[in-house]
Design a protein around this ligand. Sequence first.
Ligand code: ADE
Length: 226
Amino acid sequence: MHIDIITTLPRLIESPFSDSILKRAQAKGLVSVNIVDLRQYTNNKYHSTDDYAFGGGAGMVMMIEPIDNCITDLKSKRQYDDIIYMSPDGELLNQSLANTLSLKQNLILLCGHYKGVDERVREHLITREISIGNYVLSGGELAAAVVADAVIRLIPGVLSDETSALSDSFQDDLIAPPVYTRPAEYKGWKVPDVLLSGHQAKIDQWRMDQSLARTQTRRPELLKKG
Ligand code: ADE
């Protein structure tokens, strides 16, 4: 998989890809992440990427020209499955959407800023819009990092067997069961006996019961999805 992330603030998004699982996924050649500086695609002296809104009102709007130049340049090198605009009014990210995106080859994530992008970008250049939740961030960069992380960890080979994404919360529409490690007792707080029993069938049953009970109490809407 290849992901291009278009941003006016490259530094804001570099670090999540420079550590741990996302760094190793790139080192193993399972994914390449390219952070593209939108300012490189401006034709004006000040490299500005935004301008005042027609009709007035507070907040600047990201201009279509640099975004079009950038996307056109990227498209000349690759065919993209989706060109995604990160926006609070987009489709809500969930595990199922992450699974869908993890099967794609080439993705562009466009990070917005200010009051958003000129609507013509959304009408003509974008194929999909994604929100990471019903709240407004200062820009799309953190949201793009969240999407990229949720997607990359699902690519086969990125996680080792022990950390397999198959046992994640939400993967089967259930919350994951609680986990414990040594010591078996701390300040009198004990690990459930069954986990120390060595009886794998009982442990599996306990985990399933816990998953169901947790989902019922914390996220009952997941059980109703059918
Ligand atoms: N940009 C600003 N807020 C956002 C959100 N909640 N999701 C995606 N992109 C955003």
